[in-house]
Structure formats: structure tokens, C-alpha cells
Design a protein around this ligand. Structure first.
Ligand code: TEU
Ligand code: CA
Length: 561
């Protein structure tokens, strides 16, 4: 691993430096997402917590990550597991105390790991004092922190918008009789970003956290803050980039923080607007084209399509080209809202380990900042739930109710949930074969995956060809080679149904990556790949791309070309 600059935690890189070809610390670092409730429980109440995370910092340091994206640990009634915040400057007691949080920041920093907080400012909890004041009194200055209308919108009118968790986005507030706007659960009222006082409050809160020593923010649904509900505009509103520039100026300008914008609406055309360094908005976008392209047109994630590799590869290629030299992308297969990578894109059975490694190789050697979602580094799989009472997720439970009322058969809904419910990623981290997978000494808040006795950290790490060591190698390789961080990407064999192949070039360096994404042998075709013989950078074994060479199921390698 590269030795960090003596002056600070990370090699510092000014924006001008980046533009001039210098590098920001988050371009060579790999992120690791922690979903706190499901990571490690220190006190036996069945819920993961901050002391639990602190206890696993050495594990994360060994993996080699540069920063933790910490899903919300703020005070919250937990309707949406913390994405409904009732106090931005307090820690939810189920996760620990502010002193624990400060210790986490310091102890992570001592291991060269930054803490990136989840910034959820599209909405608050309905229990936030701002919303309580807003609904209690029409004259309150907080009233205008939220979005109101006196009547529900007429059906089919522009403001007649559907919430992401189903139903109308307008909810009647019994206290004032008016309707407030919520793009997620009714307990998550949307903030009114047109109000400059509200924006200044958010900036002050961000500075408060940054002054504590955190390394940046992952910004929840940030593409929604420029919404204009009356005009029917939800994502990518006209003022969005103005708000982001203003936020940058007010909070980030003199700091070396990373900012990651979750943007489901981002396109290859508009992504540079968020992330081009000279625009002074965000460090990178976190977009979902490779995910949503395999959702049903009507039933969305609840009726997933099977993966079409040529299409998926084309999407990656488009994004690689769109941001090269113009902005910066995030690379990920999964997060706390998505199914497990091996279950969705690989093989949960015989080839679980091989496919976990193949997926990691294909992803981590592209341009962008890779993210590992907790458990991915040991190849954890989907939850395997078969009954609705096993689920905890508000989105899953809401849609279960809505779709059954719409006439969808329960078995069909459960099949969709089994493939794509957010709870697939939220079962407890599997540390060992001990009861409850070593996650807790008590009863976990959501069931542990039944496969924990043979799929856990202890077991994987005992295997020198396990998934964890493969991720370690990929992370180290990224730090070592500028061609991985900045090389020009070229897709190879774009129409091949199984081989995911590409080339990266920087100056005289050329890296070739070839991955077999199928359960069958694949044969290298007679044209389309440079012919090289060499050693796989990850395993050291001899590899060849001579036409006719057979690649085993989920074989993957990276070789100099
Ligand atoms: O997710 C945004 C979002 O749009 C998701 O809810 C998405 O629609 C859904 O997960 C697809 O299945 C962010 C957070 O990542 C998510 O956990 C929160 O529930 C949501 O915002 C609201 O804060
Ligand atoms: Ca706990």
C-alpha cells in the first residue's frame, strides 16, 4: 500500500491539481459501505452499533479500504432504518453515543480510513423538530422548510406525483388540514430547498460534521433537491446545480473532503455536471443505469429481468467514456438497496466463490471509485426469505400491500422480493460459524442467512484463494497502478454473451482484463482480443489470450498487453 503523505491523512490534491492531472485521494481509495444495524453488534441487543464497527476496524484496514460510507446513525424513529432523521446532530442511542462516533472517527483515521457520513437532506423524519413546528403552526418560520398545498392535486395534473414507496406523494396532515409532499414514506416529509434559510441550516450542519473530522458525505437522492412538484418536476430540477455549487462554496471549498451524489436520474450526458472538478459541485456521481436497465417497465424491481451481458457491458462502456477526463464515477454491484452481487450477477451455488471474484475483477479494474458493500468481500448471498413476515424493509412491506391490493399474486410478489427486496442486503454480516454468525450474542433484528455455517469471514479468510484476499489484491493493485485509476477504457468483444473484456491504456501502459461471466467454459475467439501471454496480476498464474484458449466458468484475469 502507498504510504500516505506526511502532512495529512491523504495525499492532498487541490482541484486545480486534479484539473492539471494531479490526483485526489478518493481516486485511488476504495470505499466500503457499512449498514450499521447489520454489521456488528457489541451489546447483544441484536442491532449492530458503532462500538461494533470500531471492533472491526482492523479487519477493514487489512482489506485495505480508504474510507467507510456509513449509512445513517443519526437520531431517527427508524421507519426507513435511519433514512428518516429526527436530529442531524445526534446519534441514535441504539447505535451508541456521540462519544462512540468521535472514537470511530479518530480510530478509523489512525488506520488511514476516512468516515463518509450519509447526508439525507432531501427529507427529514416527521419527528424532526422542524416538521413538528411546521405542522403545529402555519405561521412558524419552519412551515416553509417543507412543501405544502391546500388541496390534493387533481388526478393526472403535473403535481399528481407518486411516492417512491408507493401511493400519492401528497399526504393530508391532520393537524393543519393541508397536504405535505413526501417522495418516500409519509414519515419522510420532503424539505423545501427553495428556502435559503433551510439551505443555510443544512450547510451549517455539514460544516459541524466536517469540523469533527469526517472525510466527506454520501448524499442521499441528491438529484431530487431541485424538485418543483407543482410543475411535475421531481429529479434534476432547474436549480439543482445551483444548490450544489452553493453547498460546495459554503462547506467544501477549503477542504479535502469527498462527496458522492446518489443520482438515479443521472445520465451519461448530465453526469459531468455533478462531477467535473472545475464546476465545483461533487466529487463523483453514484448512478444506477446498470441496475435499472434490468427492471420491468411496469413492475420495476419487483419483476427483474435476467441479465443480458452484452447490454450490461455496453452500459459500463458508455459510462466509462462519458466521464473519462470529464468527471468521476462510482463503481458498484450492490448496496443496502440492492440484491447481493453474486446472487444477481453471478452464481450462488457451485461457482459462488469464483463468480464473486470474477465480478470483483471486472468492476474494480475500470475507471472510477469502487465500493464494496459489507459482506460482498466474502461473497455473501441473498437472504432467501420465502415469507412476508421475514421481511423488515418499509419499501418491501408497502409494495406487498399495494401490489396484492392491485391483484398481483402473493407468490409472484414473493418471487420478486426474493430476487430484489432491499432486505437481501440487510441480513447480518456473517463473521463466523458461531450462533447468529458471530454478529450478535442476542437475537438479530432480521434473520441471519441460513448459509452462515459455511459462508462467513473466518472460513473465507482461512482460504488463501478466498474472496477476501482477492478483494485485498484488487485494492492494492488500484493504489499501485495509475493505469487502473486513469487509463483510457476500450471495450473488447462487446457482443460476446459471456466474456467481459476490456483494455485500459495510459501512456505506454496497457492492461487487459478478461472475465468469463458464465457457468460454462468460454473459448477465446479468433479476433477481437490482443494476443498476449503473461501472468495474471492477481494470482500470478500464467494466462494466454491465444484464439481457442478455454476459460473455465468465471475465470478472470488481468494481464499487461
Ligand atoms: O434511496 C433512494 C431510492 O430511490 C431508493 O429508495 C430506491 O428507489 C429503492 O431502494 C429501489 O429499490 C435512498 C436510500 O439509499 C434508501 O435506503 C432510502 O430509503 C431512500 O433514499 C430514502 O432516503
Ligand atoms: Ca447493539
Amino acid at each position: 500500500m502507498t504510504v500516505m503523505a506526511a502532512t495529512g491523512l491523504y495525499p492532498t490534491a487541490s482541484l486545480a491539481g486534479i484539473a492539471a492531472g494531479g490526483e485526489a485521494w478518493w481516486q485511488s481509495a476504495v470505499g466500503y459501505q457499512i449498514y450499521p444495524a447489520s454489521f456488528a453488534d457489541s451489546n447483544g441487543d441484536g442491532i449492530g452499533d458503532i462500538p461494533g464497527i470500531i471492533g472491526k476496524l482492523d479487519y477493514l484496514a487489512e482489506l485495505g479500504i480508504g474510507f467507510i460510507w456509513l449509512s445513517p446513525v443519526y437520531a431517527s424513529p427508524m421507519v426507513d432504518n435511519g433514512y428518516d432523521i429526527s436530529d442531524y446532530r445526534a446519534i441514535n442511542p441504539i447505535f451508541g453515543t456521540m462519544a462512540d462516533m468521535d472514537r470511530l472517527i479518530t480510530q478509523a483515521r489512525a488506520r488511514n480510513i476516512g468516515i463518509v457520513m450519509d447526508l439525507v437532506v432531501n427529507h427529514t423524519s416527521d419527528q424532526h423538530p422542524w416538521f413538528r413546528a411546521a405542522r403545529a403552526d402555519r405561521q412558524s418560520p419552519y412551515r416553509d422548510y417543507y412543501i405544502w398545498r391546500e388541496q390534493p392535486p387533481a388526478k393526472g395534473s403535473p403535481a399528481d406525483i407518486e411516492a417512491s414507496f408507493g401511493g400519492s406523494a401528497w399526504r393530508r396532515d391532520p393537524q393543519s388540514g393541508d397536504y405535505y409532499f413526501h417522495l418516500f414514506a409519509p414519515q419522510q416529509p420532503d424539505l423545501n430547498w427553495t428556502n435559503p434559510v433551510l439551505r443555510a441550516e443544512v450547510h451549517a450542519m455539514m460544516n459541524w460534521w466536517l469540523d469533527k473530522g469526517i472525510s466527506g458525505f454520501r448524499m442521499d437522492v441528491i438529484d431530487l433537491i431541485g424538485k418543483q412538484p407543482e410543475a411535475g418536476i421531481v429529479a434534476d430540477g432547474p436549480e439543482l446545480h445551483h444548490y450544489l455549487r452553493e453547498m460546495h462554496e459554503a462547506t467544501l471549498a477549503e477542504r479535502d473532503a469527498v462527496t458522492v451524489g446518489e443520482a438515479w436520474s443521472a445520465t451519461p450526458a448530465n453526469a459531468p455536471l455533478y462531477s467535473a472538478p472545475e464546476r465545483r459541485e461533487l466529487s463523483m456521481v453514484f448512478q444506477f443505469d446498470h441496475i435499472t436497465q434490468f427492471w420491468d417497465e411496469k413492475l420495476g424491481k419487483w419483476k427483474p429481468k435476467s441479465i443480458d451481458w452484452p447490454k450490461l457491458k455496453a452500459t459500463f462502456a458508455t459510462w466509462q467514456a462519458a466521464l473519462h477526463g470529464k468527471g468521476w464515477n462510482s463503481l458498484f454491484w450492490g448496496n443496502h438497496d440492492l440484491p447481493r452481487a453474486v446472487s444477481r450477477y453471478g452464481d450462488e451455488g457451485e461457482y459462488r466463490v469464483a463468480s464473486a471474484k470474477a465480478l470483483a475483477t471486472a468492476l474494480h479494474l475500470m475507471e472510477g471509485t469502487p465500493y464494496i458493500y459489507q459482506g460482498e468481500e466474502i461473497g455473501m448471498t441473498n437472504a432467501g426469505f420465502t415469507r412476508i413476515d421475514q421481511y423488515r424493509d418499509v419499501e418491501t412491506l408497502d409494495f406487498h400491500r399495494i401490489q396484492l391490493a392491485d391483484g398481483v399474486a402473493e407468490a409472484d410478489f414473493l418471487a420478486g422480493a426474493r430476487a430484489n427486496s432491499r432486505d437481501n442486503a440487510r441480513t447480518p454480516m456473517q463473521w463466523s460459524a458461531a450462533p447468529a454468525a458471530g454478529f450478535t450474542s442476542g437475537t438479530p433484528w432480521i434473520a441471519v442467512n441460513a448459509n452462515f455455517p459455511h459462508l462467513n469471514v473466518e472460513q473465507d479468510r482461512a482460504d488463501p484463494t478466498g474472496v477476501f484476499q482477492h478483494y485485498q489484491s484488487l485494492i492494492a493493485l488500484r493504489r499501485e497502478h495509475a493505469v487502473i485509476r486513469h487509463g483510457q477504457f476500450r471495450a473488447l468483444l462487446p457482443d460476446h454473451p459471456a466474456l467481459f473484456a476490456y483494455e485500459r491504456k495510459l501512456g505506454s501502459e496497457c492492461l487487459l482484463v478478461v472475465v468469463n461471466m458464465s457457468r460454462q467454459d468460454a473459448v477465446i475467439p479468433s479476433a477481437g482480443l490482443p494476443t498476449v501471454q503473461g501472468r495474471d496480476l492477481l494470482t500470478g498464474r500464467a494466462v494466454s489470450t491465444k484464439a481457442g484458449t478455454t476459460l473455465e466458468p468465471y475465470a478472470a484475469f488481468a494481464v499487461w498487453c
